[in-house]
Write a new protein. Sequence first.
Length: 495
Amino acid sequence: MTRQLKLFNSLKREKEEFIPIQEGKIGMYVCGPTVYSDVHLGNCRTFVSFDIIYRYLVYAGYKVRYVRNITDVGHLLDDGEDRMSRGARLDQLEPMEVAQRYTVGFHDMMRTFNTKAPSIEPRATGHIIEQIKMVEDILARGYAYVKEGSVYFNTPKFIADGYPYGELSGRVIDELLNESRDNLKNQDEKNHPSDFALWIKASEEHLMRWSSPWSVGFPGWHLECSAMSTKYLGETFDIHGGGNDLKFPHHENEIAQSMGSCSKAPANYWLHTNMLLLNGKKMSKSEGNTISPAELFSGNSKHITKGYSPMTVKFFFLQAHYRSPLDITDEALQAAEKGYKRLIEAIKALDSITLAFSLSPTIKDKEILNIIEESISHMDDDFNVPNSLASVFELISIVNSLKDGHIAATDVSIDCWNNMKSHLTDIVYSVFALNNDLEAESSKSLDGLMKLILELRADVRDRKDWLTADKIRDSLKDAGVQVKDGKDGTTWSLI
Ligand code: AMP
Ligand code: ZN
């Protein structure tokens, strides 16, 4: 049995009952990173949001194929240069070396935030044949034209034939027809400013290039997602996601490409995440209003007073609904750190609570079961993580009251207690995927401290001051640290 979900469909601008194409199964495509520089914190927020959405869909009983691509070609800058090629030139590396370096960095960061790998992670450069085929299909149906070896989508014809260009981004046709958002060098080549490139003829210095029926060149940025989502999820699939900055032109053009090639809309539901801000303003490298994940973790930034662990940052992300903007401030992070600690300490203590619970159902059970259900139904309601988290904290308060004796253990049945325990662990560890990095953090600092103490003790032993060496060992034991002197040196462990 799957749970009934409501999703806010950006295409319709309203919440809708979610009906999958195939019962019990979901195909979901999310636009992945452009791997020409380090992943930034805004990207992390979006990918963490979709990770929780993916995890919740699985929790809700669906079999999910989650496809998230790697953009390693075809993302043009304002001056028409490919981002990958520019990255390569600046770093004096091969474009694929740049892509590899930042893909590895992206994966490391996704692991740091404890997100799951998608079911398929296709690369744009691995799907050139599929992209060329899609251009051929669009050309064959009359919605594209060739100019000087490049191929452009014919937007006015698409609109004239009654297709919905502008529906997703809410742009009116006049606006679209006058707007040029395609950062091409050869703007004049296009028949109309609103046309966009499907295939671009490579200039002499362009590093990434492939043969095609039209020229040696490379695909337009929007094409990869259309070609790869079709290949792995079909012409129409269930959910398409990305940050809301991608609505136009990227997602609008994906819709046009799919409809232009086969008359079908690519996705039934479009989900868009909102942006991450820093001190109330959009993050911007040029204005110095930016903070990298590494700076946030280490505290090495003028914007914060100290470092915050990855799970504290993740807990902070969970404070806002994925469709709301979220503002990073030092105060908000400090509050998140307190909340995260309170949550994890309560979850960790669950197993050590052994009370004389009632053996038969109680009135209090009903209240607890209601809160458990609420914490799940908030997720059914367009993945409302902050509301679900509020219900989780209500449960944590009950756990603490039981522990402190403010609620008598006999007021709660053992079945209800077990239910609450496994629910809390499931939702916190498996859906929100907050792992316990508090322990990892404290053992990291203990590592350094123990290294120092054992070095000092080794000096004492070298001086044959056995009394002091034993005193250090015994005091450590009293503090919960076992020290063992073996022939390969001294080791320690927590008792
Ligand atoms: P990019 O690598 O620039 O293509 O972006 C990867 C994903 O991160 C896309 O879904 C973007 O919409 C999203 N994204 C970019 N900037 C931000 C931000 N400041 N806050 C949240 N998501 C963002
Ligand atoms: Zn995309």
